[in-house]
Design a protein around this ligand. Structure first.
Ligand SMILES: CC(C)(COP(=O)(O)OP(=O)(O)OC[C@H]1O[C@@H](n2cnc3c(N)ncnc32)[C@H](O)[C@@H]1OP(=O)(O)O)[C@@H](O)C(=O)NCCC(=O)NCCS
Length: 395
């Protein structure tokens, strides 16, 4: 009997939760929270399962949110919690689940698909490619303690601050490719009360100008704790510096702040020494689900006018494959069907280019873009390169 792939119903939720728990060795508390989140966020219908004789043996979720590219939120289907039961691995079930997910996303109008990979082969084969930074860095607290800081004052946040927090986040995230336009269920998770988790805001003349969320984890024996910065956004360096100084004040108990995915370039411009350490060099991946839709939905630099023919290679999504012309004008882009003759780009290459993670020159060197003239390479870079793409959400 062949493996059956189908969407989940409420009756399947516990099986999905148990397989997820097995796949990642999560504890029962995390599973209970995931079940609640799935019910409250209407996420069950976004789960896909693979069944052998009625038993769930593979699963994934396709979560809907926006992802910022060129300042605009592009509708995304984020792939989460992909698990195949150990005794069924390397038989193509993960691949089949991803192929069904791609069709579902296209039908629903989700244009791009990000994910945080534990392993890349299966995703790369299906058209996902490295597209942005999600590295884990350690920032010495002693270096933060000596930062000069702006006029604002930090205080613990209350529920009344949550709307302002979301606005501050959108202001910062929209300027950084790859950051998510978070849906309500994701914000509920970020802002929920958790033991040893603290949300602080910066207030300056009655106005909130920044916030951060961090955890203190007692995992260092009798003395000290780990300090994990989950989220931080600010409208100015003045506000941001207050938050970093606050983290520096933990110096007696925590030697470093652990940061995953958050861009630290602004901080790097103020620290006296280069002592931020990357402890896990990790990248997130992206799949272009609907190439013309994705090109039209993102933003482009103003004042840029260009036309580049592209021959797009996408064996798994025939709706993307073929000859196109990329046209950019007045901050907008379109991908129109065109006669052939342009450079050839794989769907993986387009994902890395689209996010701004990799230059067209690097794609050429890596063999993901072929037959591009020097003029076409610089036109593609002018359209897509910008701030280094980042993402500090896990899903
Ligand atoms: C990652 C995971 C989901 C992949 O699922 P899977 O069903 O084994 O994936 P597939 O079989 O489709 O592909 C995996 C590999 O098996 C190979 N494969 C596919 N069909 C095969 C077959 N019939 N015979 C032998 N190998 C095969 C694929 O080529 C692929 O190799 P690659 O990594 O070199 O590309 C699975 O290993 C898993 O559940 N891991 C634990 C949880 C986890 O880490 N999840 C990922 C989170 S991002």
């Amino acid at each position: 009997m062949p493996i059956e792939i189908r969407d989940a119903t409420e009756a399947d939720l516990l099986d999905h939760a148990n397989l997820r728990e097995q796949g990642y060795a999560f504890d029962a508390r995390s599973t209970r929270a995931w079940i609640e989140q799935s019910k409250n966020g209407d996420l069950i219908e976004r789960m896909i399962g693979a069944y052998d004789k009625g038993r769930l043996i593979g699963r994934l979720s396709v979560l809907n949110f926006g992802q910022f590219f060129g300042g605009r939120a592009v509708s995304a289907g984020g792939i989460g919690a992909v698990v195949v039961a150990p005794e069924y691995r390397s038989r193509g079930i993960g691949t089949e689940l991803l192929e069904v997910a791609l069709r579902r996303m296209r039908d629903r109008g989700e244009l791009v698909s990000p994910l945080g990979p534990a392993t890349m082969g299966v995703y790369r084969k299906c058209g996902w490619e490295i597209a942005g930074d999600q590295s884990v860095r350690l920032v010495p607290t002693v270096d933060l303690e000596t930062l000069g800081c702006g006029p604002g004052q930090e205080r613990l946040a209350t529920q009344r601050d949550f709307d302002a927090i979301r606005k501050i986040y959108i202001g910062a995230a929209s300027a950084r490719p790859g950051m998510l336009a978070r849906p309500a269920w994701m914000w509920d998770e970020h802002l929920s009360d958790q033991p040893h988790r603290y949300t602080y805001v910066v207030e300056d003349q009655g106005r909130l100008t920044g916030y951060m969320i961090y955890r203190q984890i007692k995992d260092r024996g009798p003395s000290g704790y780990s300090l994990v910065l989950e989220d931080l956004a600010a409208g100015s360096w003045d506000a941001e510096s207050v938050l970093w100084r606050h983290l520096g004040a933990h110096q007696a108990q925590a030697r470093e702040v652990r940061v995953q995915g958050l861009p630290l370039e602004a901080l790097g411009l103020h620290l006296r020494d280069q002592r931020i350490r990357v402890v896990w060099d990790h990248r997130w991946m992206l799949r272009i689900v609907d190439a013309p839709g994705a090109v039209a939905a993102r933003g482009y630099p103003f004042g840029l006018e260009l036309r580049v023919p592209l021959s797009l290679v996408d064996p798994r999504c025939p709706w993307n494959a073929g000859d196109w012309a990329l046209e950019v004008s007045n901050g907008h882009g379109v991908l129109n069907h065109a006669e052939g003759g342009g450079p050839s780009i794989s769907i993986n290459g387009l994902a890395a280019l689209y996010s701004g993670c990799v230059s067209a020159q690097t794609l050429s060197t890596a063999g993901l873009l072929a037959n591009a003239t020097a003029e076409q390479v610089s036109a593609l870079d002018a359209a897509f390169l910008g701030p280094r793409p980042a993402m500090n959400d896990d899903f």
